[in-house]
Design a protein. Structure first.
Length: 428
């Protein structure tokens, strides 16, 4: 890995990994100095907590915290790291067969109502070429694999949620708001406002408006407990996305363990599992969700499908210069080459799959009525995991026109750099 540093940075070894000590000269902005020193000298978990405090306690984010972050990341001479050295990558890599071994334990199923639901969902999405891209990518098929047992009444809103989730994720990851802390903070605030105050006027921000449309329909036939779980999970997701944007803006690289904690929220899997409960018309009490085994099954499912996604999306994400991926984090933190990092993440995923299998054996009874609901929920987690993994090889989203060849051979080209999308403005 190549580390390119400015004149004001020393690279030191601390706690078994590269740590950075920045800015030996004094900074006249006292608030900025506090932020810089904290980011450079404290462990990642503390930096996350401190960033959270900065982003949530300032009553005037735009004029104080935001300007400090801009000041920090845009200072003359600030040593932005060249985190990806593509010259060390082989031209092709063999992907781990995640689908093969997860498929030994998890089933896949397609909702029979998916075409009807898809036609309705896509009717309100974009126009012309952009709409065709949505059809070609197969987000409706993804939703139908994720929620195969939902009836049409619940599948259509659930599919709309999946469309929103991919649109929001792409806006953050592919360049529209990438590295833009101000814009991401504003998008997060508007997004959470529509969930906390859904009866207010529709926002001008189109992605938030589409979420509000889904959420209003979800509220019409869902339990208050499920709604609360969805809103709470959305808050975790959006705040983690904001933290990830801060990390990108200053080229901050956590350890594997630290990244896994953050990735459990940036994945949005907690949101999709709340929608899973809605899609099945369930209302599981907190006693069930707080049960250690149920919680472990949910967490394992989250990890398995998220880590698999990081493996399969690495070729295109490295082309975009995106370092917020478990494979890249493993290369950096464990000082491995690309093949070694792929193997490391593959072994993590295999062990996590076994964790799921072992935890499932320990599931206790909650009584006949709840047991039946729990079985549906757990089966739904497994459908989500395997459906998401299998869909990777049904869509051109990750491998383009080579998707069938990659599915058959497991070999994928390392893509050339891709220019980020044009910046966007968040309407308020």
């Amino acid at each position: 890995m190549a580390i390119v540093a400015g004149n004001n940075m020393n690279s030191t070894r601390k706690a078994g990994r590269e740590r950075l000590v920045l800015f030996h000269r004094p900074i006249h902005n006292a608030y900025g100095l506090t932020l810089q020193k904290f980011i450079c000298d404290r462990p990642f978990a503390a930096r996350v907590a401190f960033s959270y405090i900065l982003l949530h306690t300032s009553s005037n984010f735009s004029s104080r915290t935001s300007s400090t972050l801009k000041y920090f990341s845009n200072m003359p001479g600030y040593p932005k790291l060249k985190l990806i050295d593509r010259s060390a990558f082989p031209p092709k890599i063999v992907l781990p067969d995640v689908a093969g071994y997860t498929g030994q334990f998890f089933d896949v199923k397609l909702n029979p109502n998916w075409k009807e639901a898809e036609a309705g969902s896509y009717a309100g999405v974009h126009h012309g070429r952009k709409r065709q891209e949505f059809f070609d990518t197969g987000f409706g098929q993804m939703a139908s694999l994720a929620y195969p047992d939902a009836d049409l009444e619940h599948l259509r809103p659930s599919m709309d949620f999946i469309l929103w989730l991919f649109a929001f994720d792409d806006m953050i990851d592919e360049g529209g708001l990438r590295d833009n802390v101000d814009g991401t903070k504003l998008a997060v605030d508007i997004t959470m406002d529509v969930l906390r105050n859904p009866d207010t006027a529709q926002p001008k921000f189109k992605i938030a408006a589409s979420l509000l449309s889904f959420f209003q329909r979800m509220r019409a036939n869902s339990s208050p407990a499920t709604i609360k779980r969805f809103v709470d999970a959305s808050d975790l997701y959006t705040q983690a996305i904001l933290q990830q944007t801060v990390n990108r803006s200053v080229d901050d690289v956590p350890t594997v363990e630290e990244f896994i904690e953050l990735r459990r929220d940036t994945s949005a899997v907690k949101m999709v599992f709340a929608v899973l409960e809605y899609s099945l018309g369930l209302s599981l009490p907190e006693e069930v969700h707080n049960d250690p085994i149920i919680a472990e099954l949910s967490l394992c499912g989250n990890d398995i499908l998220t880590w698999a996604n990081d493996v399969y999306s690495f070729p295109i994400e490295q082309a975009r210069g995106d370092t917020q991926n478990l494979v890249f984090i493993t290369m950096w933190d464990k000082q491995l080459d690309l093949e070694g990092a792929m193997e490391y993440v593959d072994q993590l995923t295999r062990r996590r799959t076994q964790d799921y299998v072992e935890a499932k054996k320990k599931l206790r009874s909650f009584g006949p009525e709840l047991d039946a609901q729990i079985q549906l929920y757990i089966q739904g987690i497994e459908y989500w995991v395997q459906g998401s993994i299998d869909w990777t090889f049904m869509t051109p989203r990750y491998f383009g026109a080579e998707v069938e060849n990659v599915r058959d051979t497991g070999v994928v080209d390392i893509m050339a750099p891709i220019a980020p999308s044009a910046p966007i403005v968040v309407d308020v």
